[in-house]
Design a protein around this ligand. Structure first.
Ligand code: NA7
Length: 545
């Protein structure tokens, strides 16, 4: 029998604003956890989600082949003994359908759905200083007044499109990997194009190649992809993982990115070619991110060390791709290993040996426009039935740009971040009281749930701290932001990230925005220490009233 009592969060376009203590935006992995934490503190909390279901990135990115490249059990939640006990992953690196099922299971098991509103896209959030509330409005005109606003928007939420005109003219079917439809996309017997060869492109391409009559891949930049070496989790492994789960969690707390892999500190340059090769052969055949995160530390620091590694990977690509010209095109020549997030692959390179698959370099032959029947490049006209756009995201700050967020004095967050994001601890921006950025800029790197679990707990404790002292306002300062900014930049100083590009710097978008480092490279142990230090010192770097 449903509970007939109106909840404090019932709202309709004609209703007066709904008043809550806390409002979370986003039902992805971070928002789900945040709702649970705030509810645990006894706060009236509502969560608004643009999609029609839970999952966030795992709701929207449902293209064939979408899957974790972190071990499933290191990506899932650790905060709930029930969830840990009752859920069993079927693969070391779970596919999107399983992850979406998992997040639905969590929402149901913890009874979170009753405080979630779906198809509720937040379009604006305006701070009202006199009342000390955020006025949050959805696309359908619902208005919420909340003391605390937590954005859990995800760092890969706003799709980025090629800056190529005429998509509206194309008469065939097109999909962005980041907003893939729930209904099956049938490419059997069709002429298919893929634009983009990042992690999404590398995952989707082998699946499309299987069914399509022809597949044309438009590549701007090749990536250093290494095998995922996925495998099924059998009963014995599931039992072993269950037994060791606390040990695994402890490991995730010790490594920089919350993974079970950590870099080797010995110098690759101190080894002979044969010794290095033996290590890399082993890592190439190891599961998941071992090659990326468990490699020699110096490949991230020294051009020479990185050069040895990319020479090794170049050979591996040549071994796997028969046509030397295609192999050369698939070998990056503009960035070292790790300067862009390397994709993990399963049979990616072999796809290009198939007669119905073609690789087109958009550097040699740029995309000019979409046409009613396909795509025109500088030297050719291509006909397609389906175009798959795998060109990634306006990462990290993109999702904030989609909401009109106005803080004190009506200043917008976009104005505040015009030169790139400024935050303190990745938690708050100066001029935006009571707004918490969970999984936002200058905090995230590595396995996102391992970052945002720390933040979600911190935010809930902070709000409870304020409430217990009769306070209702918290805002960081520009001085604290400046200090954090310098600390964030120091994390990439002296590493090859200093002259890297890609979505972590916003350079993939191509709209003239300033290159800015959007993540946090200081490592999660240090991040946790920093945010705990501030809290223990009575929220140092914030003004409470
Ligand atoms: P990514 O990694 O940003 O990859 C997008 C790809 O699309 C990348 O190869 C881009 O090349 C390419 N791209 C972008 N614009 C164009 C145009 N105009 N023409 C051709 N190719 C283009 O996004 P993903 O979705 O693959 O992965 C995002 C993250 O998800 C990933 O790092 C993992 O953490 C999970 P570019 O390199 O910009 O030249």
């Amino acid at each position: 029998m449903p509970d007939a009592t109106p909840t404090p969060t019932d709202a309709s376009p004609d209703a007066s604003p709904t008043r809550v203590d806390a409002l979370v935006v986003g039902a992805g992995i971070s928002g789900i956890h945040q709702l649970w934490e705030l509810r645990g503190k006894g706060l009236r909390t509502v969560l608004l989600e643009a999609g029609s279901g839970v999952g966030g990135v795992w709701f929207w990115n449902r293209y064939p082949g979408a899957r974790f490249d972190s071990e499933s059990y290191t990506y899932g939640y650790f905060f709930s003994p029930e969830i840990l006990e009752e859920w069993t992953w079927s693969e070391e690196y779970a596919g999107q359908p399983e992850t979406e099922r998992y997040l639905n299971f969590v929402a149901d098991r913890l009874d979170l759905r009753k405080d979630m509103r779906f198809d509720a896209r937040v379009v604006s959030a305006h701070w009202q200083e006199d009342e000390r509330v955020w006025e949050v409005t959805t696309a359908t005109g619902e208005v919420y007044l909340t003391t605390y606003l937590v954005t859990a928007l995800g760092i890969l939420s706003k799709p980025a499109f090629p800056r190529v005109p005429g998509l509206e003219d194309f008469q065939g079917e097109w999909h962005h990997t980041g907003t893939w439809p729930v209904a099956d996309v049938d490419v059997r017997g069709k002429r298919v194009a893929v634009i983009g060869t990042g992690s999404s492109g590398v995952q989707v391409i082998p699946f499309l190649a299987k069914d399509a009559a022809s597949l044309t891949v438009f590549q701007r930049t090749a990536n250093w992809a290494t095998p995922i070496n996925n495998f099924a989790i059998d009963d014995a492994r599931a039992a072993d993982l269950r037994e060791r789960i606390q040990e695994i969690y402890t490991r995730t707390q010790e490594t920089p990115g919350g993974a079970i892999h950590a870099p080797m500190t010995e110098s690759s340059l101190a080894l002979s070619d044969e010794e290095r090769r033996a290590v890399w052969d082993r890592l190439y055949d190891a599961p998941g991110m071992a090659f990326v995160l468990g490699n020699f530390r110096d490949v991230a620091l020294s051009r020479e060390a990185n050069g040895h590694l990319t020479a090794y990977l170049t050979e591996r690509i040549r071994e796997r791709v028969k046509d030397p010209r295609t192999a050369a095109l698939l070998t990056p020549d503009d960035h070292g290993f790790g300067q862009k997030r390397p994709p993990l692959e399963n049979g990616y390179y072999e796809v290009f040996n198939e007669p119905h698959v073609r690789l087109v370099s958009t550097v040699e032959d740029p995309l000019v426009r979409y046409t009613p029947t396909g795509l025109e490049t500088a030297i050719e006209s291509h006909d397609f039935d389906v175009i798959v756009i795998a060109t990634g995201f306006v990462a990290v700050t993109g999702s904030y740009e989609s909401i009109d967020i106005r803080g004190t004095g009506g200043r917008t967050l976009q104005e505040h971040w015009v030169d790139g994001p400024h935050t303190f601890l990745g938690m708050q921006a100066a001029g935006f009281p009571n707004l918490f950025l969970v999984g936002g800029p200058q905090s995230s790197a590595g396995i996102i749930p391992r970052v945002t679990e720390t933040q979600a707990t911190w935010v809930a404790n902070c709000v409870a701290h304020l409430r217990d002292r009769g306070l209702s306002r918290i805002e960081t300062t520009e001085a604290a932001e400046q200090e954090w900014h310098e600390h964030v930049l120091s994390g990439i100083e002296g590493t090859l990230q200093e002259d890297a590009s890609g979505w972590a710097f916003g350079t993939n978008v191509g709209d003239g925005r300033q290159r800015a480092y959007l993540l946090y490279a200081g490592g999660q142990p240090q991040y946790r220490e920093r945010i705990a230090e501030s809290a223990e010192a009575g929220y140092k770097g914030f003004e409470l009233s």
